[in-house]
Design a binder for this molecule. Structure first.
Ligand code: HEC
Length: 483
């Protein structure tokens, strides 16, 4: 019950972004649907997207219903508990069409799970079967259709002007503390945080950045994707002089494509020595790469399945040997990267845990979540996974907690629209930075510990001096907003 509150908010965010995407890309798909009927139906362009939308949820690769895995052409044709559901050239004899037009309990999608497919869509599948139920040339029968669809999807160009503000889900200061990188709609934006001036735009495949962190060599690792569509970890070089850069095709800008997933990657962390990078996402997995030979030679070191639900937060211990994680499964955990095992589980939030951080000496973990508590807990021996102290954080859902470089301070943000600075030992509130009129989704501290920046659902970015809480600048981080 309780946990649905922020989930809903996240959903709002997802919806808003999805709506935005619709507004910006919808015209193309409408044109496609109305294309003349002459061309043969393409499985990958016309049928697979339809199956993905209405069928893959139950007929996926893992434990498919009726043992029918529809995510590969070959496994679809193999059939499940029954034979091949398709008779080439004969939709009227194909079981696949039977289940789509059935009005009894045989119907797919099942009666209780929603409406039948619209007539036009069923007609399109019938036509495809009538034309021989062919797989497009160049695609292997056992190819993962999700991957094939991802490869065919093309990100939009940079928007000349934003029709409405984009929700800020991630931001990061550059290593020299002078610029602020803010995630936009299919782009990264470099802002001057004290002037509120947009200096550079880098087009990205990812619809939105969910987390970002700089590598020791000044390149930026970004996690994100498209909700429910794909997950993405890519590394960008932001140094180029051009005000608009292509982080989709240019290898000078997009320097490394580290990881692909079937759903969004939500969090990312780099170890203090810069030699490891970890991510977590909607697939419940945590991945760790070894970067000791540079980002070009990044090696996937571990794929960790230690959580039962989305992973919202990752943080390395100071020695880079342990990984702290936060999840919608209501726990925070510590994973031993050397031994490859789960060390401790911290269950006290009893609700979604959104953020996690580690004390500089590694002797405590901090986590924050749906229960609106900032909690500090032990990391070793008898104290491992046991709470040391807690404090009410944001009056509402509490979303992120980060460490202040070189100072015994933490910074957090939440749905109450404020950013709070905490004494990391006593968990005492040192300062409250407010002024937002919306939920604050992202927070970052400059490497020189002078500035704090945060970004909200309504697109506003606010920047303060950490030392005394003076507001330095507030701006809407959306290029040439038309309204
Ligand atoms: C909410 C879950 C769900 C969705 C969504 C769903 N199915 Fe199913 N499907 C099932 C279940 C459960 C069975 C097994 C029914 C049985 O064995 O009686 C099944 C069985 C089937 C079978 C028979 C497989 C076999 O060999 O036994 C076909 C064909 C099928 N589904 C097609 C589809 C298509 C096409 C879609 C999308 C339009 C779809 N399903 C969407 C749950 C689902």
């Amino acid at each position: 019950m309780l946990r649905s509150r922020y989930c809903l908010c996240l959903l709002c965010a997802t919806l808003a972004v999805a709506l935005a995407a619709l507004m910006w890309t919808g015209s193309a798909s409408i044109a496609r649907a109305q294309a003349p009927a002459a061309a043969p139906v393409s499985f990958i362009n016309d049928i697979a997207p339809l199956f993905k939308e209405s069928c893959f949820g139950c007929h996926g690769a893992k434990n498919p219903k009726g043992k029918l895995d529809m995510t590969r052409y070959a496994s679809l044709r193999k059939g499940g508990t029954k034979d091949d559901p398709i008779v080439e050239g004969k939709p009227e004899d194909s079981y696949l069409i039977d289940v789509l037009i059935a009005t009894d309990k045989r119907r797919m999608p099942p009666l209780e799970s929603g409406d039948p497919l619209p007539k036009e869509k069923i007609a399109l599948i019938e036509r495809w079967i009538k034309e021989g139920a062919k797989l497009d040339a160049g695609i292997k029968g056992d190819a993962d259709l999700l991957k094939e669809l991802r490869q065919r999807w093309k990100p939009p160009q940079l928007l000349a002007a934003y029709p409405f503000p984009v929700t800020i889900t991630a931001l990061a200061f550059t290593p020299d503390s002078k610029k602020l990188v803010v995630g936009g709609h299919h782009e990264l934006m470099v802002w001057d945080p004290t002037e509120g001036k947009l200096e550079k735009r880098i087009r990205t495949r990812s619809r939105r950045a969910m987390a970002m962190a700089f590598l020791p060599d000044g390149k930026l690792a970004v996690a994100g994707g498209r909700p429910g569509e794909e997950g993405d970890v890519r590394v960008y070089n932001l140094q180029g002089p051009a005000p608009e850069q292509d982080g989709v095709n240019s290898s000078d800008v997009l320097v490394k494509h580290l990881h692909d997933a079937d759903d969004e990657i939500l969090c990312l962390a780099i170890s203090d020595d810069g030699k490891k990078l970890a991510t977590g996402g909607c697939d419940r997995l945590v991945h760790v790469w070894d970067l000791s030979e540079g980002i070009d030679k990044a090696k996937l070191e571990a794929s960790i399945e230690n959580h039962a639900d989305w992973v919202f937060g990752v943080a390395f211990s100071p020695d880079g040997k342990k990984l702290f994680t936060a999840s919608r499964d209501k726990t925070a955990k510590i994973w031993d990267l050397v031994g490859g095992e789960s060390l401790f589980t911290f269950p006290d939030h009893q609700n979604t845990v959104y953020g996690v951080a580690v004390k500089p000496d590694g002797k405590a973990g901090y986590s924050i979540g749906e229960d609106n508590q900032l909690r500090m807990w032990g990391t070793e021996g008898d104290k491992g996974g046991k709470q040391i102290r807690n404090v009410g954080a944001h009056g509402r859902v509490s979303l992120k907690v980060v460490r202040v470089p070189g100072k015994p301070l933490l910074v957090s943000c939440g749905a109450d629209g404020v950013v709070k600075v905490w004494d990391a030992d006593k968990l005492a509130n040192v300062r409250t930075l407010g002024g937002f009129t919306d939920q604050v989704f992202a927070v970052a501290v400059s490497p020189d510990a002078n500035l704090v920046a945060a970004g909200a659902f309504n697109g506003e970015v606010r920047v303060w001096k950490l030392a005394d809480g003076t507001l330095v600048k507030s701006f809407i981080a959306s290029p040439r907003l038309s309204k």
